[in-house]
Write a new protein. Structure first.
Length: 268
């Protein structure tokens, strides 16, 4: 019997989409009020599943104030990575400080009521390229054509949150499929995460064909994330951590799941 490749040590396995919250930090009005969700809590949870590294994604409620995330990153001295939200006029010193803390990209959120937009991305792009940063998109399928156009224009690496917005309760249009293929052919990545944001519920069987379809286009350019602490769910409905891995395991098999958990060049 052929031995399966080792899936790596916890230091080589990543949860590529988590948020940390300080309940005392100021937030932007008009959205949810976060509860305390400290870094050590998600570290304990992921450690129970053999995952040792995290990507901390700036939550929309904090706007461009990345201080909660930055403090968490600095408290672990290079162990984790971050995705920031920055103002169009952010100065180079701020970008360099965030990079030193472990930030490797910026997030554009076209979905949340207190999100941000992409109007100034072309102007910011040269400074992102200088630092080797990517752009992470929280968007719906209706935004994919716009995103594909920006990918071609800016020549940046793009990462599409939450299965590129591929919902189980919406039919994909020919335009959205074409745009997704353009993004894949242009070198974009997809994050396998945020299942409940896609109209799916555990055990997530409806996601299996969608994960397979996306994987056919993106190949090995996929990473996995738990989306902890699941800001859109009531505490009693938060899914078990293992269940969030299951649709990828079912769709792609154990070896491909392991590939999705391995450290990627996105976070070097």
């Amino acid at each position: 019997m052929m031995e399966q490749p080792d899936q790596g040590t916890p230091a080589e396995r990543w949860d590529c989409h988590v948020h940390v919250f300080d309940a005392s930090a100021p937030t932007r009005p008009g959205h949810y009020a976060p509860v305390e969700a400290p870094l050590d809590a998600i570290e304990r949870l992921t450690a129970d599943h053999g995952i040792g590294r995290l990507v901390l994604v700036q939550p929309s409620v904090y706007g461009t104030d990345n201080s909660v995330m930055e403090r968490a990153l600095r408290s672990r001295a290079g162990r984790h990575r971050g995705i920031a939200v920055v103002a169009p006029n952010v100065d180079d010193a701020s970008l360099d400080r965030l990079h030193e803390a472990g930030v490797r990209g910026v997030r554009i959120n076209l979905v949340s009521p207190v999100g941000n937009d992409a109007a100034d991305l072309p102007r910011l792009a040269p400074r992102l390229r200088e630092r080797g940063w990517h752009v992470q998109w929280y968007a719906s399928r209706s935004h994919l054509k716009q995103i594909a156009d920006l990918q071609a224009r800016t020549r940046l690496t793009f990462v599409l949150d939450h299965l590129a917005g591929w919902r189980v309760d919406e039919a994909a249009s020919d335009e959205s499929r074409s745009a997704l293929l353009r993004l894949a052919n242009g070198g974009a990545w997809v994050k396998l995460s945020g299942w409940y944001r896609l109209g799916a519920a555990a055990p997530y069987d409806a996601l299996v064909p969608m994960v397979r379809e996306v994987a056919e286009k993106f190949g090995t350019r996929m990473v996995w994330g738990s989306d902890w602490p699941h800001t859109g769910l009531a505490p009693q409905t938060v899914p078990g951590f293992a269940s969030l891995l299951q649709p990828v395991r079912e769709a792609l098999g154990e070896m491909r799941l392991r590939e999705c958990l391995r450290a990627s060049t996105l976070y070097d």
